[in-house]
Design a protein around this ligand. Structure first.
Ligand code: IMP
Ligand code: MG
Length: 194
């Protein structure tokens, strides 16, 4: 007898549920930009986007910020092709611009265990920025392993593997306009199954 196995479409059909719609995200990004603006005033800031997950969020955020901004990127890989993080995360891609004495805003997609953000903060701190703040679109507090908080948080999310709006599973789903929970059958090595 043939066992039928569903194949992923890499589209909205692979989601178990939508947590955050395109409109909810857009509204919150605009609010976050106002919060950031009220802190920095008209100071010149350097935004550092953590590749690849934060690329969509960062591009919307900078277009909502009416501030003079420099943009730079760092790469941090923690998941590879599974939904369990590597330990410790790998930081690669050096910055293009010198951040010494500059106001830096580090932007990531999601704060999960906290390992990535704390590693990046330590790494960037060595370059002696004038200030260093952090902004994450999503905060998955339940899974935190380190005592770390972001200065700006878009949404708190439950302990589930989410994709879309830049967040991926094995490099798929980044271009979905919303954020949702991936169906368990499309996750391999998921922490749901451990
Ligand atoms: P942390 O080091 O555990 O805090 O993980 C942070 C990084 O893991 C984020 O920058 C994401 O790239 C990735 N990550 C954590 N949770 C998820 C998720 O639910 N979906 C997709 N990527 C995630
Ligand atoms: Mg990431």
């Amino acid at each position: 007898m043939e066992i039928s196995q569903k194949k992923p479409t890499y589209g909205l059909e692979d989601l178990e549920s939508v947590l955050l719609s395109e409109t909810q995200i857009a509204n919150r990004v605009s609010e976050l930009a106002k919060e950031i603006l009220s802190h920095y005033g008209d100071r010149d800031i350097t935004i550092i986007c953590v590749l690849s997950g934060a690329i969509v969020f960062t591009s919307d955020l900078i277009r909502n910020l009416k501030l003079p901004t420099r943009l730079d990127c760092l790469r941090s890989d923690s998941y590879g092709s599974s939904t369990k993080p590597n330990d410790p995360p790998r930081i690669s891609s050096p910055l293009k611009n010198d951040i010494e004495n500059r106001h830096v805003l580090l932007v990531d997609d999601i704060l999960d265990t906290g390992n990535t953000l704390s590693e990046l903060i330590e790494h960037l701190g060595q370059s002696k920025p004038a200030s260093l703040r952090t902004c994450v679109l999503l905060d998955k507090k339940e899974r935190r392993q380190l005592k770390i908080k972001a200065d700006y948080v878009g949404f708190n999310v439950p302990d589930a593997f989410v994709v879309g709006y830049g967040l991926d599973f094995a490099e798929h789903y980044r271009s979905l306009p919303c954020i949702g929970v991936l169906k368990p059958e499309f996750q391999k090595g998921s922490y749901f199954q451990c």
